[in-house]
Design a protein around this ligand. Sequence first.
Ligand SMILES: Cc1cc2nc3c(=O)[nH]c(=O)nc-3n(C[C@H](O)[C@H](O)[C@H](O)COP(=O)(O)OP(=O)(O)OC[C@H]3O[C@@H](n4cnc5c(N)ncnc54)[C@H](O)[C@@H]3O)c2cc1C
Ligand code: SF4
Length: 324
Amino acid sequence: MRLPKFEYLEPRSLKKASEALTADPKGTFLLAGGTDLLVNMKHGVIQPKRLINLKAIPHLNYITEGKDGLRIGALTTLHDLASSTLVQDKYPVLGQCALEVAAYTHQVMGTLGGNLCQENRCRYYNQSVFWRSARAPCYKVGGEICHVVRKSKECHSTYRGDMAPVLIAMDAKVKLVGWMGNRTIPLKRLYTQIGKKPLSLRKGEILKEIFIPSPSGQTLYLKWRLRGTLEFPMVSLALHLEKNGEGNIDRAKVILSGLGTGPLEAFEIEKMLKGVSLDDGVIEKISNQMVKEISPMRTSIASPNYQRKMAGILLRQGLEKFKS
Ligand SMILES: Cc1cc2nc3c(=O)[nH]c(=O)nc-3n(C[C@H](O)[C@H](O)[C@H](O)COP(=O)(O)OP(=O)(O)OC[C@H]3O[C@@H](n4cnc5c(N)ncnc54)[C@H](O)[C@@H]3O)c2cc1C
Ligand code: SF4
């Protein structure tokens, strides 16, 4: 499949990139590693007039640690993240998670910023122009129908990124820069939970840096996918627990991917985990509750029922690991 024609820009600063993006926000896209964007262009699901390559901007690829936590430049590749000895020693779950993304070649090209800003997915949307031409265009491409939920007035495309659940569970923040100034927001607020426009980036805004506070407690990431490699999560789960001296859970974060229009926080499960000590009975009860709490749409080839069950199984596996 060939790329369509587009204008190509290579600004040397974020300011210039933001100005160029602001000039035509609908027709211009940012290019980082291109592993998500260029595939979508080849499938004709997006048709940018202009691409702004961020990789020519210096100083956006770094991993540094300060007193308060870790700072990662948006253009840091997933491979660099997984290879960093600092990450391996102090934030190992980040490296493990990066190695779960797609396959080696995607990890070498793909960036953390691009991973967090990747498009939502749907089995009717992520197809070639020819495949899609058999149906009326859906909301996501400017049409007036959703093929997943026929009577729906909105798009239910699903967020399937690997890195966001772990980073949200670790209370990460993101620094956004734009022509109107900079702002830092909790990563979870980057996601609108709206299928048609999944990110809350304002006009001309670019993700510059990801900040992760110094680790407290334990975090793990579990991913279920159809094939052993090169596959988005059908369901994945980041679990973060902080226990007190008696072994009871003081704080729990449970974030899922592959089940909703953005990374999904399982608030009820978090409430149930607070104050408990993990034993077989508690784990059984809470993982059964997970199956009831989520309601995925059929945006992939896996059935919603199967996904629900898998979410319960992943939670059970995660809690088992943190039992002692
Ligand atoms: C076959 C295949 C399998 C895949 N499997 C997985 C998987 O298992 N898990 C997973 O998480 N992903 C997967 N991906 C998606 C993708 O490879 C990764 O998410 C990758 O990390 C994206 O990073 P990138 O730098 O290549 O992003 P790009 O493709 O360059 O950009 C992705 C999107 O983010 C925007 N963007 C990029 N950088 C910024 C920034 N700094 N600020 C604002 N917007 C920005 C771009 O405009 C674009 O819309 C897969 C892709 C393919 C093709
Ligand atoms: S969920 Fe519906 S509107 Fe959204 S991409 Fe899929 S078919 Fe299109």
